[in-house]
Design a protein around this ligand. Structure first.
Ligand SMILES: NC(=O)c1ccc[n+]([C@@H]2O[C@H](COP(=O)([O-])OP(=O)(O)OC[C@H]3O[C@@H](n4cnc5c(N)ncnc54)[C@H](OP(=O)(O)O)[C@@H]3O)[C@@H](O)[C@H]2O)c1
Length: 253
């Protein structure tokens, strides 16, 4: 019985930034549990994710949009509903990072990062909730970071956005938990993706980071799949506004 609560057959998940990295891994996890997948990515090169989802017998719908541009966000969730007939799960994952000393951070770059990580997450949550509230059920999963709790060097915009996404998660949960929508946040530590490639291979920072991870290794994107499926499923009933850390012990140190 308990395993049946994790099944996502017939559900539709919109995962932003699912063309690669953590978003792709979570999308594939959701598809393995039975969900059809819609993906938003900036470049629209989502062929690999599409192949992996369709190989599982699930349907895939790719949308190209720059989430930094509010005009390109208009009607995004409606397009998914028009294609699949419904939306049950939203994973706000898309994002990238820029790094400058705060006194030199170009305002345009600061604003763009906040726009993608935070403004787009709220915008799409609002769009999705309008469908989920009328369905009486939905799941929203935000992707935070250990930077929901701490701040690395020269990442003022990223740290502000990730602290913000933790607050947004809690605020949306307060509003919607009694109306069938569970809003939670996954806070990954250091995972091997394109975004983290430069840091992992930096001759100074790479070994420093590895040395501080109690598990003794970086995370693999597929290691987020199980948690994502849980948060998206009926097994997640009384969990609202939680920020769940998956970091190989990083924050416990
Ligand atoms: N990797 C880590 O160690 C780590 C740790 C903690 C949190 N995170 C968070 O996890 C999320 C995914 O990171 P990742 O490491 O998987 O990164 P990634 O491998 O670089 O993938 C980023 C994804 O986001 C999409 N994206 C980026 N900017 C976008 C925009 N403006 N509009 C639409 N799509 C956009 C990309 O689309 P394109 O392929 O078209 O560019 C891609 O699909 C981010 O929120 C990140 O902050 C990552």
């Amino acid at each position: 019985m308990i395993l049946q609560q994790f099944a996502l057959d017939g559900r539709v998940a919109l995962v932003t930034g699912a063309s690669r990295g953590l978003g792709q891994a979570m999308a594939v996890g959701l598809a393995e549990a039975g969900a059809d997948i819609a993906c938003v990515s900036r470049a629209g090169d989502d062929r690999q994710t599409c192949m992996r989802v369709e190989a599982l017998g699930r349907r895939f719908f790719g949308i190209q949009a720059d989430l930094a541009d509010s005009a390109q966000r208009v009607g995004l969730v409606d397009r998914v509903v028009a294609h699949f007939g419904r939306v049950d799960i939203l994973v706000n994952n898309a994002g990238s990072g820029t790094r400058y000393p705060p006194e030199e951070y170009p305002m345009a770059d600061w604003r763009e990062l906040i726009e993608v990580h935070l403004m787009a997450a709220f915008d799409l949550s609002q769009q999705a909730a309008r469908h989920m509230l009328s369905q009486g059920r939905g799941r929203i999963i935000n992707v935070g970071s250990v930077m929901c709790y701490e701040a690395g060097l020269n990442i003022s915009a990223y740290a502000a956005a990730k602290h913000g996404i933790a607050g947004l998660t809690k605020s949306l949960a307060v509003s919607w938990s009694g109306r069938g929508i569970a809003v939670n946040c996954i806070a990954p530590g250091y995972f091997e993706t394109d975004m983290a490639h430069v840091l992992k291979n930096d001759p100074v920072r790479g070994p420093q980071i590895l040395d501080r991870i109690p598990a003794g290794r970086w995370g693999q994107p597929s290691e987020l799949g199980g948690l994502c499926v849980f948060l998206a499923s009926d097994a997640c009933q009384y969990m609202h506004g939680s920020v769940v850390v998956v970091d190989g012990g990083w924050l416990s140190r």
